[in-house]
Design a binder for this molecule. Sequence first.
Ligand code: ATP
Ligand code: MG
Length: 561
Amino acid sequence: MTVDKTSIEKPHNFIQQIIEKDLAEGRVAKVVTRFPPEPNGYLHIGHAKAICVNFGLAQAYGGVCNLRFDDTNPEAESEDYVNAIIEDVRWLGFEWDGEIRYASDYFAQLYTWAQYLIGEGKAYICELTPQQTREYRGTLTEAGKNSPFRERPAEESLALLEQMRDGEIAEGKMTLRAKVDMASPNINLRDPVLYRVKRIAHHRVGDGWNIYPSYDFAHGQEDAIEGVSHSICTLEFADHRPLYDWFTANLPVPSTPHQYEFGRLNLSYTVTSKRKLKQLVDEKQVEAWDDPRMPTLSGLRRRGVSAQAVREFCESLAVAKTDGVVDMAQLDHFIRHDLNDNAPRAMCVLHPLKVTVSNWPEGEVETLTASCHPNRDDLGSRELSFTRTLYIDRNDFSEDSSLSRKKFKRLVLGEWVRLRGGYVLKAEEVIRDGSGEISEILASIVPNTVGENPPEGIKPRGVIHWVSAEQSIDCEVRLYDRLFSDANPDSGDKNFLDAINPDSLEVLKGCKAEASLATAQIEQAYQFEREGYFCLDKDSEDGKFIFNRTISLRDNWQSKV
Ligand code: ATP
Ligand code: MG
C-alpha cells in the first residue's frame, strides 16, 4: 500500500466545524483543550493521535492545550509513568499551557463538590455489596432498582463520607453515589459511583486520601476548573456524556465544558491498549516499554522514527465519529518518506565477506569523499577509506556466472561490480575455509574508476556497498520485524499473545560499518545503503555499537507472508 501524503484530502473535520461555530457565535472566546493521560503505562501511537488532535486544534485556533494527568487510580499509577509521558509529549513537539496539571490537584475541590451534592439531596452513601450493586443496576433491557440507602439523610451521608476519607471504612463496604435515575436506559446514569474506598497511598499526594474519585466524577469537573472549552475524548465515552453534563449542570462549577468524541486509532499488526502493552512488558515478550517493536512513542523513537513522521501520520488520519483499523503500511509510508528525505546515507555490511585487493599496496589508504545524501547538499559529505582489505556482503557475491545480469546485479566470480563511491572491482579467486565455505575473495580494482567509467569491455553488473576492513567499526545490528503476525491480533476472542511473531527480532553480530558511524548519535537515523534505515541504540556504549533497523527500504512484508 502506498499513500501519497499530498493526495490525502484534509476535509474540515467535525470538531473543527464545531469549534468554528462556537467561536463565530461567541459561545467560546478562547479554545482550551487538554490531553488527559492516565499515568498507568507509556503512551502509544493511539495517544499520539489524541495529542495531535488536542494540541493541534489549540494551535490552529489560537488557543491553549493543557497536559493533565488523570491520576485517580493510585494502584496502577506511578511517577515513572508520569515522567515517561512528559518526555513523550515533548518529543512529539508539543508544549502545554502553564504548569503540568494533575487530577490529584483537585482532590480537595472534588471532595467539597461531593459534599455539596449530598447537601442538595443528589448523592448518598450506599452500602450495597459489589454483588448487590450489580443486581440492583439492572441490565440493558431492564430498569435498575433504587438502593435501600438512597434516601438516607444528608447528615448521615456526610458523616460517612468523612469516615471513608479518614480511612475508617474498609474497601468495598461503601461508595458515594449520585442520585440520578435507576430507570435510565443509559446505565451510566443509574446512580453512578463518585467515590470508592481505596486505602492506598497516592504517588503524588501520599496517604492523606483513602477515597478516590471515579473517572466520571473527576473528568468533567477538572475540565470545568481549567476552563476547557472542548473536551475531546474517544468514542467509548459517548455514553458517559449525559453524566458529564449532569455534573456540570448540578454543581457550582466555574465553567461549562462540552465533551466531543472521535474514533480511536487502531493499527493493524499491533495492539494499542496500555493494559496489553504492559502485559507484553511484564511477561517479557519484549525487552521494555521502549522496545523498538512496541507501538509506544518511546519504542518508535528508539527504533529511529522521527516525531515528524509520527505527526504527519496522525495528520493523515480522519478525525471521525467511527472507530477503524488503520493499516500499519500507512504509518510505514510516513516513516520511509521522512527517512528518505532526512536520513544521511552510510554503508554497513551486515554479513561481511573479506575481499583482498591484490593490486592495491599493503598499508596504502586512499580517502574518498561521498555525499551524505543524493539530493541534500546541506547534509554534507563523509570520508571513506579505501584499503587493500575490504568487506562486502556475503549475499552480494556469487560464483555462478550463469546468473542473469538482470537478476543478479552484484559481484560474480570473474566479473566486475562497482563499489559504491569507489572503484570498479573484479573478483578473481575464492578462498575457502576448512568446511568449504568461502572465507575470502581475491580481487583487483580497475585503476582510475572512482567517479569514472571503466574502459571499453568492462561492464560492472551493478553497484554494491562495502567498507574498509582496516578502517571500519564492528557493530551489532538488530533487525526488527512486526511484533505480531496477525493483522488483528486482539480481534474477537483471540488471545493477542498467540499472534506474536517469533521472528520479530534477529540479532546480527560482527557487522562492519564505515568509520564515520563512530560519531553516530543515539536515535539519529541513517540509511545504510541498500539495506534500510537504521539508528544507534541507547544500549551502545564506548566502542560497542548497536544499530536498530528502523524500517526496510521497501515494504517486503507482503512477499514474506
Ligand atoms: P488505553 O486503553 O491504551 O489504556 P486509555 O484511553 O485508557 O488508553 P488514557 O491515558 O486514559 O488511556 O488516554 C488519554 C487520552 O488519549 C484519552 O483522551 C483517550 O481518549 C486518548 N486515547 C487513548 N487511546 C487512544 C487511541 N487508540 N486513539 C485515539 N485516542 C486515544
Ligand atoms: Mg483511560
